[in-house]
Design a binder for this molecule. Structure first.
Ligand code: AVJ
Length: 321
């Protein structure tokens, strides 16, 4: 549902996404201002994330890729011939290729993604790279209820959820997701999950506050989007990027801290920020083998195997019902 509204700040009519507008109004009206990290990822945000992955401080992506490269043959050896690989939030399907290259006996691939463009592009590319592979893209939100294509009904299922995206969920949402994946894939299933590991605070904080300021720009892109898409008037210079380790909840948090008392308009509303008040934009949970196994167990999965990289540590877990 999209609705057009008068955007006073621009003195022009813009089209606002009703879900985005609703989430911004609710999040900025809350006692602790917050917004879902899913709103980072417009085209600019996705590019900035790619740029973050190139900074020396942000270790997760390159560490996971190297780990997957290292263990792909071992993973492949455990996969039954004729299996279907189901990827949750497949994006460009880059990490998938590490698995597919090592496991030519995988018969089908179901990439699930919310971005139609990314899904179609990746599906076409993979179909071309792996002519024997049946590619069955599924457009949709992988946190919502989905059904697998009928063609995969009798195939053994292998789920793939890399990138530590699971860390963006609250523990409750993570359990809910893992349960839904369990439902979706049935009993002849396994699930590969990439998750970042708890480590020293300095390494974690640096990863979310790189010296070149790319993560700060990524964080502030939330404000850029609100300004452009919801007629907002955030002054980017009036907010500081802040990354902190929350030990109680074992997570990195990103906030935007107001530098002064100020009023900001967005989505047709006015919001008051006090000096020092924070706008919480992301949680990125970190795990130990124990905490991850506990989470998985709550959703009916057990850890069959786990691989942990050298420091800075990153983990891949293979779960079975
Ligand atoms: C894409 C969710 C894995 O939480 O580390 C990177 C996003 N945020 N720098 C993460 C992110 C700040 C990233 N994930």
């Amino acid at each position: 549902l999209r609705l057009a509204r008068d955007a006073r700040a621009h003195n022009a009519t813009i089209e606002m996404d009703a879900e985005f507008a609703g989430d911004v109004v609710a999040g900025l009206s809350a006692k602790k201002k917050n917004l879902s990290p899913k709103y980072f990822y417009d085209a600019t945000g996705s590019e900035l994330f790619e740029e973050i992955c190139l900074t020396p401080e942000y270790y997760p992506t390159r560490t996971e890729t190297a780990l997957l490269q290292h263990i792909a043959a071992e993973i492949a050896a455990d996969l039954p011939a004729g299996a279907v690989l189901v990827e949750f939030g497949s994006g460009a399907s880059d990490k998938t290729r590490l698995i597919l290259d090592a496991a030519p006996h995988i018969a089908s691939y179901v990439p699930i993604d919310i971005s139609k463009d990314a899904l179609e592009k990746a599906a076409a590319k993979l179909a071309q790279l792996y002519p024997a592979l049946q590619v069955l893209p599924l457009l949709g939100d992988f946190t919502a209820t989905l059904a697998l294509p009928a063609a995969t009904q009798t195939q053994a299922k292998v789920g793939f959820f890399p990138g530590s995206t699971i860390g963006n969920f609250t523990p409750e949402q993570a359990v809910q997701f893992l349960r839904a994946a369990r439902q979706l894939m049935g009993d002849k299933a396994s699930l590969l999950v990439g998750a970042d590991v708890v480590k020293d605070e300095a390494t974690l904080v640096a990863a979310y506050d790189d010296a070149a300021g790319v993560t700060a720009r990524f964080n502030k892109n939330m404000l850029v989007r609100i300004n452009r898409e919801l007629g907002g008037n955030f002054d980017l210079d009036m907010f500081d990027h802040k990354a902190i380790w929350n030990n109680e909840h074992q997570r990195m948090e990103m906030h935007l801290v107001s530098k002064a008392d100020q009023l900001v308009n967005a989505a047709g509303h006015t919001f008051a920020f006090m000096a020092g008040e924070t706008f919480h934009t992301e949680n990125s949970h970190k795990f130990t083998p124990e905490s991850f196994a506990r989470l998985a167990a709550q959703a009916g999965w057990s850890v069959r195997k786990q691989w942990i990289s050298e420091v800075p540590q990153f983990a891949v877990f293979s779960l079975v019902p």
